[in-house]
Design a protein. Structure first.
Length: 732
């Protein structure tokens, strides 16, 4: 089966209206729906299909196209164009893996056909590594197999730079420890050669024993000092690392938090930094110590007997090869464990934060089932990673054991044949443990290193992200509160705008009500005012200046927000009220709470303003939390105020108190209010009615009611619903 082609629309001699290709997509099916290759190219003037080799098989002028759509098929889909004559033309087919891209292409073709600006998002989330083709642990994440671990290690060690003196001292202590570890085998050799074999020279016996004891005492002091310094140094470095990660997260754009769950983000600060800390406290110091020991022992062995040294060191290349060969695969498994930990944290945080909903619907067993699923995934990933590691480690131990056997076989032969003194063999046997001990430890440090690098990669993925631009704060900029939207367009997905060509100006001190159905763009508008997101097109001006030119901290410090679901921190009521103005006097806190109609209920509590609100304000009612948040906004004293459904979830009596508090709050400030009950916006200076991302109407409450347009219909609908609810309440 081939795609039907309208001959009247296919003109091989026709040149492309524009040589600039705006959309270019490769399909993975051919015209016969077999796996093959076809290419869609879209310019401002034409849509065409090319087969392998660049052969054009279909061309449709943009002026002939009325619309574009994607027709779902079994296992795939097909892009279809509808001409202005009503003819439907299937032009290219593809499998489901490319469905999202061709849906965007259809949207783009329609935009061009209708003479609109092209807004499409053809970027797909990467699920496989571009370099090696392996599946990524996270979409658009880091491939653990392709990350340069040397660079990652250097970045970790940079956190040691502020503690350079302590690090140098730690290195000196490690060097001293190495020298003291090399001394006992030498003493043992002299005892055998000069005391045991000769059976005389008792004074030398006591001298060597004394030196041995002295070295043991000094070694103990040095080891304790080294370990305590290691604990102090690694603890400080880990704390700095956690601070760096947390600060980076705090300053990231909201788009990052839109894509990530809280548990996954928290695991970067907890689990991942713990892995790095474990490597710093266990790995780096012992890597240094054992590395020096191994170098020293190898030198001594070669000096005593090169042949025996070669036998003892024979397993080293094999053990090293095993460690290197299995390194990348093992690192990927540890990276996967990190991902499972993130999913585990996600569910744990979500279920605990939503415990009231869980209990309300008696879903304890269901949540436990989900928990068990995440727990088992984490267990399986951990068991798989550790089991593979212990298998590798077991192989390394086997070859070091073979080396020990070879040492005894060769050493026994040389001693029996008189080619090696017993004292030298004993020394080499004692040094043997100092070779294989570090060698086996290097295999273990690979485990630590792999875990640490996997955690570090996830940490640096966050710290490397571009933060919000806060601008230059050389001088604070005070604003009066004028806000202007100048042909603003915005979409969380740029190809699907939520706001389209929004234009209005709010004068200083004016109250603007934002009205519209759910999804009309009200919350998006206030998100843009707070610069949580920035417009895709057009300008937002504050006091006549592009608000991108105002330092972000200056802007947000002069914007106050009262949310529908107020968030309170787990502290006292006073601490929550003064959150936006640290250091505020108690008198100012009380004055703000009085203005918010919160003072009476606060002093009615046992500890008054020192009462703990609990996690997220759980110890307060909804109305109490809302009034505390209004008091917080009043004390903050912003020039621009945003009220997002501030009275939607409280009873009538509480709403009355909140409305009184809001009237005091909005006085003299530029206010943008979204209200669940439209009647509460009667006092607004102007109402902006949004419909499908566009301004449908604008005016006062009376003007819009007289107009009997969109706003009038919204009010009538809400009034009818309220009457039904009241009637039902009376009948009940």
């Amino acid at each position: 089966m081939t795609n039907p082609i309208n001959p009247s629309l296919l003109d091989p001699d026709q040149t492309t209206a524009s040589s600039d290709i705006l959309i270019q997509l490769e399909a993975d099916l051919d015209a016969n729906f077999d796996y093959g290759h076809q290419t869609l190219e879209v310019t401002s003037g034409v849509v065409r299909i090319l087969e392998k080799g660049g052969v054009e098989v279909l061309r449709i002028p943009m002026t002939e196209i009325a619309s574009a759509r994607n027709e779902p098929l079994v296992g795939g889909g097909r892009l279809e164009l509808t001409t202005k004559l009503g003819e439907i033309i299937p032009i290219i087919s593809y499998t489901h893996t490319l469905g999202a891209k061709f849906s965007e292409a259809a949207r783009g073709i329609e935009q061009l056909a209708q003479g609109k600006e092209l807004l499409v998002n053809l970027k797909r989330e990467l699920t496989r590594c571009i370099k090696c083709g392996r599946l990524l642990p996270e979409a658009d994440g880091v491939c653990p197999a392709c990350v340069d671990r040397g660079k990652t290690l250097i970045r970790i060690l940079r956190f040691v730079a502020p503690y350079k003196k302590q690090a140098i001292f730690l290195t000196v202590l490690s060097f001293c420890t190495t020298l003291m570890n090399l001394t006992p085998p030498y003493i043992q050799g002299r005892l055998i050669r000069e005391v045991f074999e000769k059976k005389t020279n008792l004074p030398l016996l006591w001298q060597l024993i004394g030196v041995w004891i002295l070295i043991a005492i000094l070694g103990t002091v040095v080891n304790i000092t080294r370990d305590r310094l290691t604990a102090w140094l690694s603890g400080n470095v880990a704390a700095d690392l956690r601070s760096t990660v947390y600060r980076a997260i705090e300053f990231l754009q909201l788009t990052f938090f839109d894509k990530k769950q809280v548990g996954a983000i928290a695991s970067r600060v907890t689990s991942d930094t713990d892995r790095v800390w474990g490597f710093l406290v266990e790995g780096v110091p012992y890597f240094l110590l054992n590395g020096l020991t191994l170098i020293g022992v190898v030198g001594v062995l070669i000096f005593i007997n090169p042949l025996m040294a070669a036998v003892i060191l024979a397993p080293v290349p094999i053990v090293t090869f095993i460690g290197v060969a299995f390194w990348k695969g093992q690192s990927q498994l540890f990276h996967r464990v990190g991902q499972k930990w993130a999913r585990f944290h996600n569910h744990l945080n979500e279920s605990l934060h939503g415990i009231r909903v869980v209990k309300a619907f008696a879903k304890e067993d269901g949540e436990f089932t989900k928990f068990q699923q995440r727990n088992h995934e984490l267990r399986n990933a951990g068991v798989h990673a550790d089991a593979r590691w212990f298998t590798i480690f077991g192989g390394m131990i086997f070859f070091t054991t073979v080396g020990t056997v070879l040492c005894w076989a060769m050493g026994g032969y040389l001693v029996a044949s008189g080619k090696l003194a017993l004292s030298e063999f004993w020394m080499m046997q004692a040094y043997l443990s100092l070779v294989y001990g570090p060698l086996q430890w290097f295999a273990a440090v690979n485990n630590w290193f792999s875990r640490a690098m996997a955690g570090a990669e996830r940490i640096f993925e966050v710290t490397d992200m571009e933060p919000e631009s806060y601008g230059d704060r050389a001088k604070r900029i005070d604003i009066t509160g004028e806000v202007e939207f100048d042909h603003v367009r915005f979409g969380y997905d740029k190809s699907n705008p939520v706001l389209k060509d929004i234009c209005f100006t709010a004068k200083p001190g004016e109250m603007i009500g934002l009205v519209g159905k759910s999804g009309a763009g009200k919350s998006t508008t206030i998100n843009l005012i707070g610069r949580f997101y920035e417009p895709d097109a057009g300008l937002i001006k504050v006091d006549g200046v592009n608000y991108k030119d105002i330092p972000l901290q200056d802007l947000r410090e002069q914007i106050g927000i009262v949310l529908q679901e107020p968030f309170l921190f787990n502290g006292t009521i006073a601490e929550n009220i003064s959150y936006g103005k640290p250091g505020a006097s108690f008198e100012d806190i009380v004055a703000a709470s009085r203005a918010a109609n919160a003072h009476d209920f606060i002093i009615g509590k046992a500890d008054g303003y020192d009462s703990m609100v609990g996690e997220r304000g759980a110890k307060l009612s909804g109305g109490e939390r809302q009034r505390v948040s209004i008091a917080r906004a009043i004390l903050h004293n912003p020039r621009i105020l945003i009220l997002d459904e501030a009275t939607s979830s409280v009873d009538i009596e509480t709403e009355k108190k909140i409305q009184e508090a809001i009237q005091r709050l909005v006085a003299g400030r530029t206010t943008f209010a979204i209200a669940h009950r439209l009647s509460t916006l009667k006092n607004a200076d102007r109402l902006i009615v949004l419909d499908r991302g566009e301004i449908a109407e604008m005016g006062t409450h009376e003007e819009l009611m007289d107009k009997k347009g969109v706003f009038y219909k919204l009010v009538q609908t809400q009034t009818a619903i309220n009457e039904i609810i009241e009637l039902g309440t009376i009948n009940a």
